[in-house]
Design a protein around this ligand. Structure first.
Ligand code: GDP
Ligand code: IMO
Ligand code: MG
Length: 424
């Protein structure tokens, strides 16, 4: 059984938690897109892990982990994450596999992300400043890209970095009057990364296809969310990869026909970090209530997340383009205590009412949510173990989400812990 888990909103839906739970039955967990912009939280007992590059399965000692070609890999962040797990007694030796084709995020990518965002002022995207956009741009541009495989030939890498850094310095000086970067310094860091990462670098496409022929169970872990997909999301307020399930195949070399189940993760409300239209955003005390109860502060940047009602137009779109078989609905516990809950089932744009999500942000910015209002519940859901235990109003709310999105809700989250998960 191979499963792909993706976010259906603007990220932070709780992918880490679900991947950790499903990883119990998986032989291999694969990250296939994004980079250290992701922040996936796994809570095991009293321990909380915030993973940026390592797949969420890495906290399970027997699970193999793949960082595939579609990921942009920040070696500084990854080596830090490997060391930090080692300090907690979790070793990756012999079970982490990094694609030789994964592109490396180096210092000049992070610098460029920072310089560009600052120069854009109010027009900024609100990126995580992790160098994601600049690294993917170099990948597409080809001439100034560095891949994991380059760490195997340091002499050639040195020459390459001299050429790249000279090129970047000219651009940064001309556009931003920035101080020049030092190619030797970046190369010296790469030598350290090579020492630490070479044992893990391999042909992960071959590894995954061998696993498929041996009928191993593979779990594909999406990062970000479908609405942040470069092609299918709310461009330009998106990330620079195909964060929907559509990015899985190109991101790891495995055709979608080998995936038995696509699980979409959504919160029982909506959050977004960074800029961009958000039709159901709440600017009132209910938004603050959700933010505080749900601890809605970024795992990667610590920024407060913008909070709003569940947008079924957006999630239905994500379900449709993602081929989603079922939804894991997280944070149902967070919206306890709200007297009247609203759910957006359509948009009014001008005089038209539509249930199809417009990716054109000029249209989306004009969208007024058409809400259905349902009665809330006061009960504490955090100890409930079965769907039948839930209050009737909560069950009705879940039913309405199924009706509006067209997908069954197979998992309900009632807290951050593994045990706070209801499977139907
Ligand atoms: P990801 O990026 O999709 O992996 O999600 P994040 O880890 O960035 O954010 C999700 C947050 O919600 C984390 O702090 C989780 O521990 C927490 N969480 C996940 N599921 C639930 C749930 O059902 N209820 C509550 N209260 N917290 C949850
Ligand atoms: P996980 O995997 C939430 C958002 C940023 C910004 C936009 C572009 O934890 O769900 P980038 O740094 O990628 O160029 O930023 O995308 N963003 C995320 N928002 N969760 C994430 O990842 C995100 N990764 C990127 O806030 O709006
Ligand atoms: Mg996150």
């Amino acid at each position: 059984m191979n499963t792909c888990v993706v976010g259906l909103q603007w990220g932070d839906e709780g992918k880490g938690k679900i991947v950790d739970i499903l990883a119990e039955k998986a032989d291999i967990v694969v990250r296939y897109a994004g980079g250290a912009n992701a922040g996936h939280t796994v809570v095991i007992g009293d321990k909380k892990f915030a993973l940026h590059l390592l797949p969420s399965g890495s906290v399970r000692p027997g699970t193999k982990c793949v960082i595939a070609n579609g990921v942009v890999l920040d070696p500084d962040c990854l080596t830090g994450e490997i060391d930090s797990l080692a300090k907690q007694g979790i070793t990756l030796a012999g079970r982490l596999f990094i694609s030789q084709n994964a592109h490396l995020v180096l210092d000049y990518h992070k610098t460029e992300d920072q310089l560009r965002e600052s120069s854009l002022g109010a027009g900024k995207i609100g990126t995580t400043i992790r160098g994601i956009g600049p690294c993917y741009a170099d990948k597409v541009g080809r001439s100034y890209a560095v891949r994991a495989a380059d760490l195997t030939d340091l002499d050639t890498l040195k020459q390459k970095l001299n050429k790249i850094v000279a090129h970047k310095n000219k651009i940064f000086a001309a556009l931003y009057k920035a101080e020049p970067m030092n190619a030797d310094e970046i190369f010296n860091k790469c030598k350290v990364y090579a020492d630490k990462l070479l044992p893990f670098i391999t042909d992960t496409t071959q590894l995954l296809h061998n696993a498929i022929s041996q009928k191993k169970s593979i779990l594909f872990e999406g990062a970000q969310g479908t609405l942040l997909d470069l092609d299918h999301g709310t461009f330009p307020y998106v990330t620079s990869s195909n964060a929907s399930s559509l990015g899985m195949s190109s991101g790891c070399g495995v055709p979608a026909k080998y995936v038995d189940k696509f699980i979409g993760i959504a919160k029982a409300y909506t959050t977004r970090v960074g800029e961009g239209p958000f039709p159901t955003e709440l600017y009132n005390e209910i938004g603050s209530y959700i933010r505080e109860r749900g601890h809605e502060y970024g795992t990667t940047t610590g920024r407060p997340r913008r909070c709003g009602w569940f947008d079924a137009v957006a999630v239905r779109y994500s379900v449709t383009i993602g081929g989603i078989d079922s939804i894991a609905l997280m944070h149902l516990d967070t919206i306890s205590g709200i007297e009247k809950i609203q759910i957006c089932g359509a948009y009014r744009i001008g005089s038209e009412e539509s249930v199809f999500f417009p990716c054109n942000i000029a249209q989306l910015a004009k969208a007024e949510p058409v809400y259905q209002t349902v009665d809330g519940w006061d009960d504490d859901l955090s100890q409930m173990k079965s769907f039948d235990d839930l209050p009737e109003n909560a069950k009705r709310y879940v039913g309405l989400i199924e009706e509006f999105t067209g997908a069954p809700v197979s998992i309900v989250g009632v807290g951050p812990k593994r045990s706070q998960t209801i499977t139907r």
